[in-house]
Write a protein that binds this ligand. Structure first.
Ligand code: ADP
Length: 515
């Protein structure tokens, strides 16, 4: 099967979060199953910093954006020397310091940047003579591709066999823009309806992906159910309920060729379940690197996260005093909202020798922290899949998680009587519930070394590699290829929370597709 994997970020070329990890590893797993997989992403400025060879293809595409004609130069590299990866270059749009915005603000022209990218993906297929069976789209930054295929490119013979699968990595990021951008994207106004790309008066890239893709997936079973509810659906739950029969949950995998303490070159000493001595050395290394002053029996709690509301940062902030009282040490590695950054930046001054923080993005330090920590805090408000808990498990750093989304599906509650389970879980999004779990973990850690060791080994032996999930994607690609683009029936769009919208029952018009 010919698969084009489209993502706005791909590790190691560019990364802001878990999407990049997925885009940098799932295509390799698909290739190992024998498929012709290629990746395409924007040529962000940062991709050149990685140091792997990026060549010109000599091909370019011309894309209309509004009245202008923008050129995309196509470059190519090889992910892990195996999977071809194409980059769409346009300096005006992508030669920037960051991927989506700076100083806490999105770039004002994100609609234009990603419209350009989406259409360039389709034109690049033609320019490179790569006729995909499946275009695998990811998140709002790729959401217009399915709409283009079902409107402007609907009769294009080149794409007559092509089907789309759209993966939702996070419903909280929707790419909603002013409706006046629709003609700039050269999409017909007939798509701007509540059963098309209109979302409470905005032109929504995410909704475009949800409506027009042949198959939808999200990154865990639990999240696939949660997003159909008003609590977690970010006002798109009606759309998702409407598309229920095409929506699947497939758990993300971890790339163990990279996230493995027995081989990772960045940590002080490699270790494995058979020999945990190295983990002790990694802990000492982290303690001295972060200038902590702790006793051997002091648990080191870590928080490695984007600093935003979703990740439960407030719970950590509220809980820090109690964590200190419980006799633990704390290390934070994060980047995000400036208010949160400031809080964590000040922590070492408030609790010298007991709290440490690094504000910024540091891949190598992330590995060192996973390896050197004893416990990993993940109190997310919602968590589509979450990768850090998978890395925590593999690195023997016991996760303390909120029982939600992928965290619920991948961490099993530890019972000290049966000695089964891999971590600690709490339900309510409240700092009391979170603190209670931390206290329980610390009690076990301090009381019984043998039981703690068993808990660590339970987690390290879990296998969340990509192979099984990659097979499930292939199953869905086949299903998509069998699909014959039925006409969608009306959608019941519920009122957007906080938008004071009237209840909106959509008239049963059929979906008008142009031309
Ligand atoms: P999300 O995609 O919502 O940010 P995930 O748990 O799926 O959350 O993935 C987070 C990824 O980003 C992990 O690879 C984690 O190690 C990494 N990460 C998060 N913050 C940092 C940071 N400040 N420095 C280095 N890596 C980070």
């Amino acid at each position: 099967m010919k698969i084009l994997f489209v993502s706005s970020e791909v590790y190691p070329y560019a990364k802001t979060g878990g999407l990049a990890d997925v885009a940098g590893s799932l295509p390799l797993a698909l290739k190992n199953l024998g498929h012709d997989v290629r990746i395409i992403m924007p040529a962000h400025k940062i991709i050149y910093a990685y140091g792997s060879e990026i060549k010109q293809t000599g091909r370019k595409v011309n894309i209309p954006v509004g009245d202008a004609n923008k050129t995309g130069r196509l470059y190519e590299g090889k992910l892990d020397n195996q999977v071809p990866i194409y980059f769409v270059g346009n300096d005006e749009y992508f030669n920037r310091v960051k991927l989506y915005g700076e100083h806490g603000r999105d770039y004002a022209d994100n609609a234009a940047r990603f419209t350009f990218f989406n259409r360039a993906v389709l034109e690049a297929c033609k320019a490179l003579s790569f006729q995909p069976d499946i275009i695998h789209c990811n998140d709002w930054q790729t959401g217009l591709i399915p709409a283009y295929l079902k409107s402007l490119y609907r009769s294009a013979p080149f794409f007559s066999r092509t089907r789309t699968l759209f993966t939702i990595h996070n419903m909280g990021y929707q790419g909603n823009f002013n409706q006046h951008f629709l003609p700039q994207a050269h999409l017909p106004w007939s798509l701007y309806t509540p059963d098309g790309v209109e979302f409470y008066g905005k032109f929504s890239f995410l909704k475009s992906g949800l409506i027009f893709s042949d198959i939808l997936t999200t990154v865990s079973q639990s999240y696939s159910k949660e997003i159909r509810t008003s609590e977690y659906g970010f006002s798109m739950d009606g759309v998702l309920r409407h598309r229920s029969k095409d929506l699947y949950g497939i758990l993300n995998g971890a790339d163990y060729s990279y996230w493995d303490p027995s081989t990772n070159p960045w940590i002080k000493k490699n270790y494995s379940p058979k020999n945990l001595q190295g983990k002790q050395e990694c802990r000492e290394d982290l303690v001295s690197r972060m200038k902590l002053k702790v006793k051997p029996e002091t648990p080191v709690l870590c928080f490695i996260s984007r600093l935003c509301h979703q990740k439960g940062v407030r719970l950590v902030m509220q809980g820090i005093q109690d964590i200190m009282k419980m006799g633990a040490a704390f290390v934070a590695l994060g980047e995000g909202d400036s208010e949160y950054q400031e809080f964590f930046r000040q922590l070492p001054k408030r609790f010298p020798g007991r709290c440490a923080s690094h504000i910024g993005y540091d891949e190598s330090l992330a590995h060192k922290t996973f390896a050197g920590g004893d416990m990993l805090l993940i109190p997310s408000q919602y968590e589509p899949c979450g990768l850090t808990q998978l890395y925590g498990l593999k690195y023997g750093t016991v996760p303390i998680v909120r029982a939600v989304g992928g965290l619920q599906d991948t961490v099993q509650r530890f019972s000290s009587s049966s000695k089964k389970g891999t971590g600690f879980k709490f339900k309510g999004f409240k700092f009391n519930s979170f603190n209670h779990s931390i206290q329980r973990a610390i009690n076990i850690y301090k009381k019984d070394e043998t039981i703690w060791r068993q808990l660590v080994l339970n987690g390290m032996s879990r296998d969340y590699s990509w192979r099984r999930s990659a097979r499930k994607y292939v199953g869905l690609y086949h299903k998509a290829l069998r699909s014959t683009k039925p006409k969608p029936s009306p959608i019941r769009q519920l009122p957007a929370r906080n938008l004071n919208q009237e209840f909106d029952l959509i008239e049963p018009d059929s979906l008008a597709l142009a031309p």
